[in-house]
Unconditional design. Structure first.
Length: 181
């Protein structure tokens, strides 16, 4: 299995940052494929996820200031935390359990890809993530989801998607996403 890299995370975060910058003023309240979340809630969730992972990787508590950061700032802090010596080797606490820093990197990368897809669909923008990175995360999520108890999965049940569908659509479907109707 291919290991996720901080460079991949940074590239995905930069793309999500461009998607956020492309949100039109009247789109912040629009629904997303992530059930129950509008565009604003989705972006807030992405920032919070970055801050939570930084806190886990650095063993420093979240602060009011870090929780008020914008996406680009929180993503830069996240990349710096993952680049710190030993970050990928230490065990960290994420919302659904204790994992290695390397697994946390995969999880965060997958989160950026799938929520980037959510944001792109909600705002009519192309997601434009690297297919090889999406395929890598598809391969990584399959065994993780298989071993995860249903009640502890942070995602909805998988949605059928043909094998010929684009990689990002298949990854989003694996995590319970359906395009907006």
């Amino acid at each position: 299995m291919t290991t996720a890299t901080v460079a991949q995370l940074t590239a995905a975060a930069e793309r999500v940052g461009r998607l956020i910058a492309g949100v039109k003023p009247d789109q912040w309240g629009d629904p997303t494929p992530c059930a129950g979340w509008d565009v604003q809630a989705l972006v807030s969730h992405l920032v919070l996820g970055n801050v939570v992972d930084v806190s886990a990787l650095t063993a420093r508590p979240m602060t009011f200031r870090s929780l008020q950061a914008g996406f680009d700032e929180s993503a830069a802090d996240l990349a710096a935390a993952f680049r710190a010596p030993g970050a990928l080797d230490r065990t960290v606490e994420v919302p659904f359990g204790r994992v290695s820093g390397a697994v946390a990197l995969h999880l965060r990368l997958t989160e950026l890809l799938v929520h980037g897809w959510d944001l792109a669909l909600a705002t009519g923008q192309p997601p434009a993530f690297a297919d090889e990175v999406v395929e890598q995360e598809l391969a990584h999520t399959a065994p993780m989801l298989t071993g995860m108890p249903v009640g502890r999965r942070p995602f909805a049940d998988a949605v059928d998607q043909p094998p010929s569908a684009p990689a990002l659509d298949r990854l989003a479907a694996r995590l319970g996403r359906r395009p907006l109707s």
